[in-house]
Design a protein around this ligand. Structure first.
Ligand code: GTP
Length: 813
C-alpha cells in the first residue's frame, strides 16, 4: 500500500525483515507484528510535485469509477498473535473502518473470529481481502462460505480469482463491480496491469466470463435485498444485472457496508506477496469505508457520568446526569449541575492510542482527535494522570518520514513528540484558559474517551538489575516499557522487595523482556515466566483505624483513616448522608469504596484525596495476608472523617495514601487470621478446532489430563457453541465461485455430507495453568493442523489435590 501510494520506494518483505510497519527489532527478527503502527498515506496518490493539488490516477484501477480526489488514509497494522489481542482492541477503538485479511489456504482462523467479534462490538465497517491465492490449496470459494458460517456476515463477492490456462497460476482478478478482468504482469512490482472488458473477452476466458456474470447477478441481488435504491436501479435498467453502472453498484455497496443492520461484507481477492490485488483493495478502502465524519459517536465517561461525545459537546449529557443525581454511587462534589459554559472552553479532546519509545526521537505519542483540534504550543491536560503537558511539536508519519504540522483537526491521527508522562490509552483535553497546575474544572478533569478494561495480567516474571548502580536505569527503562504497553504491570513484593513484571501471556512477556534488554538496553535479568494466582478472604474484618505520622522527604506527613474489608458478595450499596463524598468503583476484580465526611481542607481537592486513598487501598490489595497473592473479590472500604483524620497542611497526598494502605493491610490481616483465605486461579474459555482424525485424542487430553470441563462439541463452526450473538447464516444460500480443484457441488453441501476431512470444534473451560505451552502440544496431537483461541473467564477456587500440590509447591515442603 505504501509503495503504490508513493510513500516508499521499495516493497517491504516480512520474510527478510524490511517492512515499514513492523519496525521493532523483535518484530523484524520474528516476522510478526507486535505493536500496531500508524502511518499516513494518500490514495489515489498525491502528485509529489504539487501535494494536495492534483492526483495521479494511473495506479488506481477503480478510481475512475468513483473519486479521483486523493484521500488521506491512516493505516494501522495490528498484530495477529493471540497474546497481543489487547493491542488490537486498543486499535479498534480508534478505527473508522477495517480491512480483515484472510489466508486463502487456512480460511477463517480462530483468532480472526475473535477479532471480528470485537470489531463488531465497536460497529466498525469491514471489508475482507482474501490473500495468498497464489498458494497451493488456496480455496477462495470455501473461504467465502466460511465468512458466512464462522463470521456470521453475508459475504458480497466483488472479485473472483483468475488463474492461467492450466488453472494453476494465480494471475489476477475478475472484478464484478467494473465487469473487467484485471491481469497482473508476472514477477513485476505489480504496477503493470492489463484490463479486459467483459464484452471484449476472447475464447480463452470464456468460463471466467460466465462466472463473472453470475457474480455480478449475485452482487446486484444481495444489494437489492438491503438497499431500496439498488432495487430502483435494477428496475431502471430493465432487470439487467450487467447494465447497472459500476458507480451505482459502489454507491449501494457503500451504503450497505456502512449500515451495521445489513451485516454485509464486501470481499476482494489477491496475493500480496505476488503484488496482485493491492490497488483495487485501496480503491475499495476509499470507496467503501467511512470517513471520520461517518463513524459512530464515541463513548465518553466522567466520574459517574457516561454517554456519547456529541451529547457531552451539546451539554445534554450534564442535563441528563443532573436529573439522575440521586442515583447510587454519586458524590455531592461531582454531581451538581455544571455550567454548560464549561463545555465551550473544551477546545479539543483526543485519545493517545499509542506511545512508542523511539531510540532517536524519544517518546512519540500517537493521538486521534475526536473533537476540536490540537494546536502546537497548547497545553494538553491528561485526565488519567491529572497532569498538563505542552505540545512543543506536532507531526504526521509518512512511512519513515515525519512532516511537521501546526494543527491536528477532528478525525485526524498525528504524533506529539516529547511528552513526558502520557501513556498508551490516556485521554488528552485542551481547555481554554486552564491553569496548568490545577487543570480544568470537574467533572471534565476526569473525562475518558472510549475507556477499555485492561484484562488481568496473569503471567509474571521477576526482574533483577545486574548491579545496584544499574538500578535507576533499569527502573527508567521499565517505566518506559509500561508507558508503551499498559497491559504490562509492574509491582514490588513488599516483603521480598522483588520487582515483578506481569503480562497477558508468555509470548507477551518474552517480547517485553526482549524490548527491555535489547532495545531499551536495561542491564537486568528476567526470571522464569510464572502464573499469577489470586487470594480471596472469607470473613469481614472489624473496622481498623490507622493514623500515619512519619517524616517523608524531611516533611511531616500525618493523616488517618478507617478501613474494613469483606468478601465482595457481602457488599451492598449503603444509604448516604448529605454531608458525605462517596465514591465506589471496581478495580481489578475488587471494589474500593471511599467515603469522606465533613468539610474539605483548603489545600487538597476532593479528587486528590479520593485518588490518594484509592492508590493506598490498591497497594494493600496487591498482597494477600496468607499467600502473598493479589486479592480478588474483596471489598475494601475507606472512610475519612476530615475532623479526626486530616491534620491541616501536615496531611499530604502521600500521607493519605500511606494511611489507606496500612489501614487496609491491617484489616486484611485481621480477616485472614479470623476466617482464613482461599487461592483462586484463572479459568480460560478455550475453543479448539481440529480435524476428525485427531478429535478423540484432543478431547480426552483436555478433559482428563488437563482437568478441563467440556462445554460443547460441534462440527466445523467454532462460533456456534461460543459467544457470537450474530444470527446464523446458511452457507448454502451464499454465492461463491467454485474453486479450481472442485467439482460443481457446492462446498457447503460437501461439508455437510462429510466427504471432506471434517473440522470439529471443542469448547471447554480449562485452568490457565494447564494451557501454558498448549499450542505445541495440540500441534503434536493433531499433525500440526489444530488451532485454538482462549479468553479469560473467571477466577475460581483451587480445590482438592490441586490445592494441596500448589501449596506444597509454593511453600517448598
Ligand atoms: N504465498 C504467499 N505468501 C504470503 C502472501 N502474503 C503473505 N505471505 C507470507 O505469509 C507470512 C506472514 O505474512 P505477514 O505479512 O507477516 O502476515 P501478518 O498477518 O501481518 O502476520 P502478523 O504480523 O503476525 O500479524 C510471510 O511469510 C509472508 O511472506 C501471499 O500473498 N502469498
Amino acid at each position: 500500500m505504501l509503495y503504490y501510494s508513493g510513500h516508499t520506494r521499495r516493497i517491504g518483505n516480512v520474510d527478510d525483515g524490511s517492512t515499514v510497519t513492523d519496525f521493532l527489532p523483535a518484530e523484524r527478527a520474528r516476522g510478526v507484528t507486535i505493536q500496531s503502527a500508524a502511518i499516513t498515506f494518500h490514495w489515489p496518490p498525491v502528485d509529489p510535485g504539487h501535494p494536495g493539488e492534483k492526483s495521479v490516477t494511473s495506479n488506481s484501477i477503480q478510481s475512475s469509477l468513483n473519486s479521483s480526489t486523493p484521500h488521506t488514509i491512516n493505516l494501522i497494522d495490528t498484530p495477529g498473535h493471540a497474546d497481543f489481542t489487547f493491542e488490537v482492541i486498543r486499535s479498534l477503538r480508534i478505527l473508522d473502518g477495517a480491512v480483515c485479511i484472510l489466508d486463502g489456504v487456512a480460511g477463517v482462523e480462530a483468532q480472526t473470529e475473535k477479532v471480528w467479534n470485537q470489531a463488531a462490538n465497536y460497529q466498525i465497517p469491514q471489508i475482507i481481502y482474501i490473500n495468498k491465492l497464489d498458494r497451493d490449496g488456496a480455496a477462495f470459494g470455501k473461504t467465502i462460505k466460511q465468512i458466512a458460517s464462522k463470521l456470521h456476515a453475508w459475504p458480497v463477492v466483488c472479485q473472483i480469482p483468475m488463474y492461467d490456462e492450466k488453472g494453476t497460476l494465480f494471475v489476477g482478478v475478475a472484478d464484478a463491480i467494473s465487469l473487467r478482468l484485471l491481469k497482473w504482469a508476472g514477477s513485476s512490482d505489480g504496477k503493470c496491469i492489463t484490463a479486459l472488458e467483459l464484452d471484449d473477452l476472447d475464447g480463452s476466458h470464456e468460463a471466467l466470463g460466465v462466472e463473472l456474470k453470475r457474480a455480478r447477478a449475485a452482487l446486484v441481488e444481495i444489494l437489492s435485498e438491503h438497499d431500496a435504491e439498488m432495487v430502483e436501479k435494477y428496475l431502471e435498467y430493465e432487470e439487467d444485472h450487467l447494465a447497472i453502472p459500476s458507480a451505482d453498484i459502489i454507491a449501494s455497496l457503500r451504503r450497505c457496508t456502512l449500515n451495521p443492520q445489513c451485516n454485509l461484507v464486501p470481499v476482494f481477492a489477491g496475493a500480496s506477496f505476488k503484488n496482485i490485488g493491492v490497488q483495487p483493495l485501496l480503491d475499495a478502502v476509499v470507496n467503501l469505508l467511512p470517513s471520520p465524519g461517518e463513524s459512530p459517536d464515541p463513548e465518553v465517561s466522567m466520574t459517574n457520568i457516561n454517554g456519547k461525545l456529541s451529547a457531552l459537546m451539546s451539554g445534554k449529557l450534564f442535563t441528563a446526569s443532573a436529573s439522575s443525581a440521586k442515583a447510587p454511587g454519586h458524590s455531592k462534589g461531582l454531581t451538581r449541575k455544571p455550567n454548560t459554559a464549561l463545555i465551550q472552553n473544551l477546545e479539543a479532546c483526543a485519545l493517545a492510542f499509542k506511545v512508542v519509545i523511539d531510540p532517536r526521537r524519544g517518546a512519540l505519542v500517537y493521538v486521534r482527535v475526536y473533537s476540536g483540534s490540537i494546536r502546537c504550543g497548547t497545553n494538553l491536560y491528561n485526565t488519567n494522570l491529572q497532569v498538563s503537558e505542552r505540545v512543543q511539536r506536532l507531526f504526521k508519519m509518512y512511512a519513515q518520514d515525519s512532516v511537521d504540522i501546526q494543527n491536528l483537526p477532528t478525525g485526524q491521527i498525528g504524533v506529539i513528540p516529547g511528552l513526558k508522562h502520557t501513556r498508551t490509552g490516556d485521554t488528552l483535553i485542551s481547555y481554554a484558559g486552564v491553569n496548568p497546575h490545577t487543570g480544568p474544572p470537574a467533572p471534565l478533569n476526569s473525562l475518558q474517551l472510549r475507556p477499555i478494561e485492561v484484562p488481568p495480567a496473569v503471567f509474571f516474571s521477576s526482574i533483577e538489575s545486574h548491579s545496584l548502580g544499574e538500578e535507576k536505569a533499569v527502573s527508567n527503562a521499565l517505566a518506559l516499557l509500561v508507558r508503551e504497553d499498559p497491559s504490562l504491570q509492574l509491582s514490588v513484593d513488599e516483603e521480598s522487595g522483588q520487582r515483578h513484571l506481569s503480562g497477558l501471556g508468555d509470548f507477551h512477556l518474552e517480547i517485553a523482556r526482549d524490548r527491555l534488554v535489547n532495545d531499551l538496553k536495561a542491564k537486568a535479568t528476567l526470571g522464569k515466566i510464572e502464573i499469577a494466582y489470586r487470594e480471596s478472604i472469607l470473613t469481614a474484618s472489624p473496622r481498623e483505624t490507622f493514623i500515619f505520622d512519619q517524616e517523608i522527604a524531611s516533611r511531616i506527613g500525618k493523616a488517618g483513616c478507617v478501613a474494613n474489608v469483606q468478601p465482595l458478595g457481602e457488599y451492598s450499596e449503603p444509604s448516604q448522608e448529605s454531608d458525605e463524598y462517596y465514591d465506589s468503583a471496581v478495580e481489578d476484580g475488587n471494589r474500593i469504596t471511599i467515603t469522606i465526611i465533613g468539610n474539605l481542607p483548603t489545600h487538597l481537592s476532593i479528587s486528590q484525596i479520593q485518588s490518594a486513598l484509592k492508590r493506598g487501598a490498591i497497594a494493600a490489595l496487591s498482597r494477600g495476608a496468607n499467600h502473598g497473592f493479589p486479592l480478588i473479590s474483596t471489598h475494601a472500604s475507606i472512610t475519612v472523617d476530615t475532623k479526626a483524620h486530616i491534620f491541616g497542611k501536615d496531611t499530604s497526598i502521600i500521607a493519605l495514601s500511606s494511611a489507606a494502605r496500612l489501614a487496609t493491610k491491617a484489616a486484611l490481616v485481621k480477616s485472614a487470621l479470623e476466617g482464613g483465605s482461599v487461592i483462586k486461579e484463572l479459568v480460560m474459555n478455550v475453543t479448539i478446532s481440529v480435524d476428525e482424525a485427531s478429535f478423540g485424542a484432543v478431547m480426552s487430553d483436555i478433559s482428563s489430563a488437563r482437568g478441563g470441563q467440556i462445554i460443547s462439541l460441534d462440527d466445523g463452526d467454532p462460533s456456534s457453541g461460543a459467544s457470537s450473538e450474530a444470527p446464523q447464516i446458511d452457507p448454502g444460500k451464499v454465492y461463491a465461485p467454485p474453486d479450481p480443484f472442485e467439482s460443481s457441488v457446492s462446498e457447503g453441501v460437501k461439508e455437510a455430507a462429510g466427504t471432506t476431512n471434517r473440522q470439529r470444534t471443542i469448547v471447554a473451560r480449562v485452568p490457565l495453568e494447564q494451557m501454558v505451552g498448549y499450542l505445541k502440544h495440540l500441534r503434536s496431537l493433531s499433525a500440526g493442523r489444530g488451532t485454538f483461541v482462549m479468553s479469560a473467564d473467571t477466577f475460581e477456587r483451587v480445590v482438592g489435590q490441586r490445592e494441596k500440590e500448589l501449596l506444597k509447591r509454593l511453600k517448598g515442603y
